[in-house]
Design a binder for this molecule. Structure first.
Ligand SMILES: [Zn+2]
Length: 267
């Protein structure tokens, strides 16, 4: 989506992406309805004011979401969360397998700088991998794949990148928010992150610990035949380009996504 179509997009869609440095967050809700939205993911550190300002611009002054839904708990998807929760008093949903990392019980595995072959991988040892503690706010997603505050959507378990990674799917238009299970930028490469020409990719390699599960998750996404995908990193893709991307990624997952060697590859 180019910038000049942003207004058109906001007027016609109720899924509004916002890029926070390297990761996307999404506002779900018609901007014509004041203060009625759900936020998916919470961006990088220092992006709280960008997220708050955008929420005000889209949904009116002082508006707060009905809930925040996390695709997973990595630092670039939860960076602004603590600050947002000082302003917004809202529930935060995550998969129950992700809760130990959001209640201070567990840290993620250390990122593997040897995979992916790009600057973003080499820098990955400095990315925070420690769990956070938002136990006053965080709740497990209901077991029946529903999200109370998003009645048209269901969550799909897409593990591999993390144990409790989820994607969000809406049957009526087959829109999918994929988190890091399927992304459209080579997240390990700084050039690719900056230029953002969409291409199919599996989850960011330096943080992915279970490649077999990651592959099954991409197959699960493929089987849903989404009409449009909004990834955690990179541009949204739809239509024929999306089908080609997903076909290719499923067929060539081992070549495209799995690093040839690395700390978590043989596990
Ligand atoms: Zn991640």
């Amino acid at each position: 989506m180019s910038k000049n179509t942003m207004k058109e997009w906001v007027d016609s869609s109720d899924i509004i992406p916002l890029r926070t440095f390297i990761a996307n967050v999404f506002f779900i809700g018609k901007t014509s309805v004041r203060g009625d939205f759900v936020l998916v993911d919470a961006g990088t550190l220092f992006s709280s004011s960008l997220i708050l300002k955008t929420a005000e611009k889209l949904y009116g002054r002082g508006s707060q979401p009905r809930a925040i839904v996390l695709t997973h708990g990595h630092f670039d998807h939860t960076g602004a969360l603590s600050r947002l929760l000082k302003v917004w008093s809202v529930p935060v949903y995550a998969h129950e397998l992700e809760l130990p990392y959001l209640t201070g019980m567990k840290n993620y595995m250390r990122p593997d700088p040897t995979v992916g072959g790009g600057i973003m991988s080499l820098l990955s040892p400095v990315y925070p991998h420690r769990g956070m503690n938002i136990s006053n706010h965080v709740k497990p997603l209901p077991g029946d794949n529903r999200i109370p505050e998003l009645p048209e959507w269901r969550w799909i378990h897409t593990p591999g990148h993390t144990d409790g990674h989820i994607s969000l799917f809406r049957d009526k238009d087959r829109a999918l928010i994929s988190g890091d299970a399927f992304i459209t930028v080579k997240q390990e490469s700084l050039l690719s992150v900056l230029t953002e020409r969409p291409e199919p990719h599996g989850p960011p390699a330096y943080f992915t610990t279970d490649w077999r599960a990651a592959k099954r998750s991409v197959e699960k996404i493929h089987a849903l035949h989404p009409s449009v995908v909004f990834p955690g990193h990179g541009m949204s893709v739809d239509g024929e380009v999306l089908s080609q991307f997903l076909d290719r990624l499923v067929q060539e997952f081992d070549q495209i996504a799995i690093p040839k060697h690395g700390r978590y590859v043989s596990q």
